[in-house]
Design a protein around this ligand. Structure first.
Ligand SMILES: [Zn+2]
Ligand SMILES: [Zn+2]
Ligand SMILES: [Zn+2]
Length: 119
């Protein structure tokens, strides 16, 4: 239903507006329920970027490592980055704490180029 939005991080409300365009009879509750099911089976990933709204994105099976997010404090824009140096940190944590790290989650808050220029 929102496959063409593949590379974006949309809230349920934003997705609802998109879906409603093509299916005016659909309700917000249906959208919430559908998103929950898709998240449960792993098609979607839920993100919380600290603005009080859950945002959804498609999980990409070809990603060997889930990407991370850069969140703009000015305009709320979310962009992505792939590379981090955490593999070596994970190895250190595993060794020092005898804790086998399987995954990590990372968010950076700051200002995008446009907002930084306007400041
Ligand atoms: Zn910005
Ligand atoms: Zn993302
Ligand atoms: Zn990472």
């Amino acid at each position: 239903m929102f496959l063409e939005q593949e590379d974006r991080h949309l809230s349920a409300e934003e997705l609802y507006m998109l879906v409603k365009h093509q299916n005016p009879e659909i309700g917000l509750a249906t959208v919430y329920r559908t998103l929950d099911i898709l998240a449960e089976i792993g098609v979607l990933i839920k993100n919380d970027f600290g603005d009080g709204r859950t945002r959804y994105e498609f999980s990409r099976k070809d990603e060997h490592h889930h990407h991370h997010h850069l969140i703009c404090l000015g305009c709320g824009n979310v962009s992505e980055f792939d590379d981090d140096l955490l593999e070596s940190l994970e190895a250190v944590i595993t060794k020092r704490n005898q804790f086998k790290v399987m995954d990590h989650d990372l968010k950076f808050y700051g200002y995008c180029r446009k907002c930084e220029e306007a400041r």
